[in-house]
Design a protein around this ligand. Structure first.
Ligand SMILES: [Zn+2]
Length: 427
């Protein structure tokens, strides 16, 4: 990664600002624009860390800022250290330390060993654009702070980015929530990650989540969260791909064939121009016919079904993950429209309607039949067809994609009931 300095802009500047803000350096608004205030904050931070105060975020400064992105730091244990005293020094709690260090005996800390010290702020940010890099950092942070969250890499994207699955709970009933099949719908990624962190925090504190005991949820279900199905596409939309990258140039050329779709804001596909939610073998031929009649005949920003079902590594990997676990229920998060879809053609798995109605009551979203022209080849369609179990597409929020970050809080509030009910109502 290149140094980030005065005049730079983009998501990586936002992350520098976020980390500085969390470190108490007051960089000003987290807006992705590296101006004088950000530079001043970098210099103050560098001085405090004993680094050369040049105001440029190079490798050493980036390393020093990383704990403030991932939400914890690792410290060597010294003679006389106790959890109580570490908690006081670093503004955290003894409970957070016990949670993050299940293998350490608080009454007998091993001198020379390592202790994970979570910060008091949440790891999952909601005020910055999302990228594959940020999700990697969050996975590192959440699994360190909450070791009962198990992370696996179930595949790789076209560009080789890890596809993460995060697992919480030890119940016999398995549930899968996924987000961001569609690149410009990436606001759904922090929705799932924030939910996972709130759930983990509630479990660690013996608390509750939307009126449900977190430990009951934990013991009855095993939840797998796939927060970012399409990391490459999201990086294109949020500006993380350099303009000179061959993948960026290729995507830009594909977009020329669809001049009516704004670039990159209108991009839904993966980096090769295949719409991942039209790449599943559930009426794929029908989807192809419909989309071709609408003019989507070749790779582009949206609605191209791909050369064959499962032609893309992202959809193929998610299907393989799904087949490997006997998920009783799946939620696929999209934006926008405040609608819940629960059927594939006339397939309606047992309990699908009743659970969908409960979701609708919890969120205020409408429960609807999928419109015919978008009713094929999606993950939900394939899941219902393959397993005859409830699978839902949730179209969160309202407006034009990508929805602004300002909408995050209301989207999260509306969907919290669905996310909890999915664990409660599943059979
Ligand atoms: Zn979508």
């Amino acid at each position: 990664m290149d140094p980030v300095r005065f005049g730079a802009q983009g998501p990586f500047v936002s992350y520098v600002q976020l980390a500085l803000d969390r470190a108490g350096m007051m960089p000003g608004p987290i807006d992705g624009l590296f101006g004088p205030q950000t530079e001043k904050a970098v210099r103050i931070f560098q001085t405090q860390e004993g680094l050369n105060a040049d105001g440029i975020v190079g490798p050493a400064t980036r390393l020093a800022l990383t704990p403030y992105l991932v939400g914890y730091r690792s410290l060597p244990i010294r003679v006389g250290d106790t959890f109580y005293q570490i908690a006081r020094s670093y503004g955290t709690t003894v409970t957070a330390l016990i949670t993050a260090n299940p293998d350490l005996d608080p009454t007998n800390l091993p001198i020379g060993g390592t202790v994970t010290v979570p910060f008091s702020f949440r790891t999952v940010p909601t005020g910055v654009p999302y990228t594959a890099f940020l999700v990697d950092q969050i996975v590192t942070g959440l699994t360190a702070r909450y070791p009962f969250i198990r992370a696996t890499e179930f595949g790789r994207s076209v560009m080789g980015r890890p596809l993460h699955a995060l697992c919480i709970g030890r119940g016999p009933t398995h549930v899968l929530y996924n987000a961001a099949h569609h690149a410009n719908e990436w606001i759904t990624t922090p929705v799932l990650l924030r939910f996972l962190e709130e759930y983990a925090a509630a479990y660690a504190h013996n608390g509750s989540l939307h009126g449900q005991s977190a430990s009951n949820l934990f013991d009855s279900t095993t939840l797998t969260v796939v927060p970012l199905v399409n990391p490459d596409g999201v990086d294109l939309v949020t500006g993380a791909l350099p303009n000179e990258s061959p993948f960026f140039i290729n995507a830009q050329q594909l977009a020329f064939n669809y001049p009516a779709v704004p670039f990159p804001d209108g991009w839904k596909a993966n980096i090769l121009g295949v719409d991942l939610n039209l790449n599943y073998p559930a009426g794929w031929e029908e989807a192809k016919k419909i989309k071709e009649s609408q003019g989507y005949t070749r790779p582009g920003p949206r609605d191209y079904v791909g050369p064959a079902p499962f032609s893309e590594p992202e959809s193929a990997a998610l299907a393989a993950l799904t087949e490997a676990h006997s998920y009783r229920l799946t939620l696929s998060y999209h934006t926008q429209g405040e609608v819940i879809y629960y059927k594939y053609l006339d397939f309606q798995p047992p309990y699908a309607l009743a659970i969908g109605q409960a979701f609708s009551r919890a969120s205020g979203y409408a429960l609807e039949q999928t419109p015919y022209e978008s009713g094929f080849a999606g993950y939900k369609d394939w899941f219902i067809q393959s397993f005859d179990r409830p699978g839902y597409t949730i179209e969160a929020g309202r407006g034009t994609n990508p929805l602004p970050l300002d909408d995050f809080d209301s989207i999260y509030r509306d969907n919290l009931g669905i996310l909890v009910q999915g664990l409660v109502l599943v059979r």
